[in-house]
Design a binder for this molecule. Sequence first.
Ligand code: SF4
Ligand code: SF4
Length: 327
Amino acid sequence: NGAGFYEIRMESIGGLGANLAGKVLAEAGVLNMGFNGSNFSSYGSEKKGSPVKAFIRFCSPDMEVRENSPVTEPHLLAIFHENLSKNIPVTQGVGPDGIVVINTSKSPDEARDFLKLHAGTIYCINALKIAIEEKTRINTALLGTICKASGFLDPDAIKDMITKNLGKKYASLIAPNLKTFDRGYNEYVLKKFKPDNKYPYIPFTRDGQKIGYFNQPMGGVIPSGGNSIFKDISASREGWIPVLDISKCTNCGECDITCPDYSFVWEDGIDPKKGKLARILKRIVYEHCKGCLRCVEICKFEALTTHKEFEVDKTILEKGFTDGSKK
Ligand code: SF4
Ligand code: SF4
């Protein structure tokens, strides 16, 4: 750009690995490819599920990096979960020459309409499917597509940095992660969209936070489902969800104590076994569920089980439970 940088912005939600992906990308560019560069992330102090932005800048080695503000008009925007666009104006600052890499099962035309993107080139990559198949994480698949889409980043330099980051401690994860990177590098679908007045250009703006230093409840408690920014944290999930089989539930309440996100809904009712007034578990609110699966671990009665989200019957997701007849 005019200041001499190639700029990348990653839009994500806590837990999907954007912070680490930004770090790996910047280290690969600076240490392995000879650029000057910088990287920092912006995220709150909350639990998993709050918005994360990672910023990466590269410039020639003879230029000093004096810029440390957020990337407002990215050459390349990476969106770690398509549902982020429901709550955050993720495409701010992307112009006709911009590149958007998005984790989605949608086609580029569908993704453009979903994002209401003014113009630019969209690279669609089903990073979630790749991560589930390779038993890795979506950030590595997205790094592969980002590398390809940039047109100048060296895949071997990034793979070397992924290997160094996993190191001896996680040596068994190196091979599947390198394969995940390669699949991200190769399995994308792209389409270029010219400005056609279908959707307006959205300039970058910085909104104030609703909860901050002066009005944050004591202890940093978030007194509602979700977080202080929005209540739908479904974009945190990495392909897996708990399913509640109400026919096996004893209403013991262990899951409710364990869930960090108030995802379980209870009502007064008559306990079918004891015939007395009791609190009865009715459903899971998937909007608040980040897919940590701690509730599945704690349930002794197999009333909660783990499933691939895209395989679960839609009526279960809407109702928040099954009576045991569907999975
Ligand atoms: S832990 Fe299992 S059995 Fe107990 S209330 Fe939760 S779902 Fe029901
Ligand atoms: S997986 Fe279970 S414990 Fe974790 S957020 Fe979802 S409902 Fe709560």
